[in-house]
Design a protein around this ligand. Sequence first.
Ligand code: NAD
Ligand code: UFG
Length: 338
Amino acid sequence: MKSVLVTGGTGYIGSHTVIQLIEAGFEVVIIDNLSNSKEVVLDRVESITGVRPIFYPYDIRNFDALRELFDQYDFESVIHFAGLKAVGESTEIPLKYYDNNVSGTVTLCEAMAEAGCKNIVFSSSATVYGDPASVPILENFPTSTTNPYGSSKLMVENILQDLQASDPEWTVFLLRYFNPIGAHKSGTIGEDPRDIPNNLLPYVTQVAVGKLEQLAIFGDDYPTKDGTGVRDYIHVEDLASAHVKAAQQASNFKGTNIYNLGTGRGYSVLDIVKTFEEVTGQSVNYKISERRPGDIAECWADPSLVAKELGWKAHRELSEMLEDAWRWQSNNPNGYDS
Ligand code: NAD
Ligand code: UFG
């Protein structure tokens, strides 16, 4: 049985990936410091898969703990989700983001190198494209960032590329996620923001469930079909399956492999609200407000490279993403504390 270490494995995307890794026959070991997730996720994973993933409440910045772990297990790969992701907070407390996301990854890679485990799958983001000159976005578009969160992702991309260039035994996947939404079909695993959500989908579902009063749509004067922002929303289950493929095929890959993980389709904020209302029968109270600083008009992927090289494609439609997000939110109005 192949062993894989999943950092940040009790988080939103990590937990969905852990389920699929277990279903694909991997032995999964999670480390997560629980700064943005809860241990009860492990119960939910166990009830879905029948297997309780091995869990350590470790921080990726703790080299001694990592060293012990790498001594104890023979990991073939590391899937590295652990990181902080709140863009607004990153502008207020940048050092926290550089310490956690950048220094944390350096420490993780040092432990991996010492143990001879040299396959890493890293959670990057479409944020590294900044405000793209055109859409759809290809992997070779120029990179730039507008906030410390984005800079931390780009720095880690550069660090991992430099590491790979220095030692060809490393295989690096830099997976640039577009906008992950949705939840596991069971309605028992999903996104559980700690505070008021920053992202569109959890905001919409929390308005629909009555936790929040009204959605503010950030601007209707963008140069898009209806004036609201357009994004490439991707089902978290589709996203998870790309990581399983990368872990399964890591030994066939060499070098640094940079892939967009998106569907290749863009939907506006109003498309999301209307489709959500149609598929769930819930109405969403909203108003149009000012643009949010730093937002771009449109962003969607050209996902053809990852289809060609990794054989991965997103399959799930928007209606399914919204239905699944709603099942999770309505079953768990207060997230994992419900
Ligand atoms: P999440 O916050 O739900 O999961 C991240 C997990 O990492 C959390 O469980 C948190 O407790 C853990 N963690 C954070 N710092 C840690 C540390 N120092 N040591 C150990 N564990 C730590 O977020 P998510 O949405 O599942 O995102 C996973 C990854 O994907 C992140 O790196 C994020 O930046 C990236 N990403 C997310 C999105 C998105 O929209 N959700 C988009 C692009 C990229
Ligand atoms: N939006 C609203 N109201 C809200 C929240 C969002 O109208 O309450 C709009 C935004 O203006 C945007 C769209 O909904 O047009 C999507 O916004 P999100 O915040 O859900 O997602 P973003 O595309 O802005 O940001 C996401 C991740 C970031 C990442 C970025 C680029 O959350 O971490 O994609 O990859 F940096």
